[in-house]
Design a protein around this ligand. Structure first.
Ligand code: F6R
Length: 243
């Protein structure tokens, strides 16, 4: 695990964007795993800038998103589909057919999840996975106690995650979906490289436990200690309780 501490989230995000850009230049048909939430917003802005100003070409890139809420239509204001198109895909030259995001309205969820895993394999596996981290240590929506061997599946959000994400639903916890489809920890660990971003003191305890604590399914992100190529980009706030 490589820990990269920068003075603020913007500088850390720009450093992470350089890792993405290097991959895309070296492997134009790279397969990239993506996250949503507030953390990767500056990373995505920087990827857009690199595309518009430096010609970074996404025309052969494929993407697989980590997760989606169950029960939200693709055009719902808070769906991860809408988030990704608004904050990244509409601004780069990615082909819509190369974008993969779990379908929160899937009728047969287990079949959808098996197919999602099959598509990742068919694409050649994920070269680089972008991750955020929940304040309870979740990656994707793999909440504490998730199996390290898990694959894409339905999960129930913890009360902590519902409370954390209520800020996107006008502060109303009752509007936050309670279930999601998420890549599993096994899926994430299969990515050839993982880059995690975490900013602010609110993430400090989760980051300290992830980086310095024991590897435990109670802190799902801690499994990245066993990943052969994991980089953690953090700001001083998120680094504030590291030893
Ligand atoms: C989102 C995801 C989640 C978030 C995490 C942090 O696709 O996989 O694990 O990365 O909940 O969210 P923010 O960045 O909003 O603090």
């Amino acid at each position: 695990m490589e820990i990269i501490i920068k003075e603020n989230g913007s500088v850390a995000s720009e450093a992470a964007a350089r890792v993405v850009a290097r991959l895309v230049r070296e492997k134009p048909n790279a397969v990239i795993g993506l996250a949503t939430g507030s953390t990767p917003l500056v990373l995505y802005k920087e990827m857009i800038r690199l595309h518009k100003e430096e010609g970074l070409d996404f025309s052969q890139v494929s993407t697989f998103n980590l997760d989606e809420y169950i029960g939200l239509e693709k055009d719902h204001e808070q769906s991860y589909h809408k988030f990704m198109w608004d904050n990244l895909f509409s601004h780069i030259n990615i082909k819509p057919e190369n974008v993969h995001i779990p379908d929160g309205m899937a009728v047969d969820v287990p079949a959808f999840c098996a197919e999602y895993e099959r598509k990742i394999v068919e694409a050649g596996g994920i070269d680089l996975q972008v991750l955020g981290i929940g304040s309870d240590g979740h990656v994707g929506f793999n909440e504490p106690t998730s199996s390290f061997a898990s694959r894409t599946r339905i999960k129930t959000l913890t009360q902590q995650t519902v409370a954390d994400n209520a800020r996107f639903f006008a502060g109303d916890e009752s509007k936050v979906p309670h279930h999601c489809i998420t890549m599993g920890i096994g899926t994430i660990m299969d990515a050839r490289m993982n880059i995690m971003l975490a900013f602010g003191e609110g993430k400090a305890e989760a980051i300290a436990a992830t980086v310095e604590g024991p590897v435990s399914s109670m802190m799902p992100a801690s499994i990245l200690q066993h990943h052969p190529s994991a980089k953690v980009f953090i700001d001083e706030g998120a680094a504030s309780t590291l030893k």
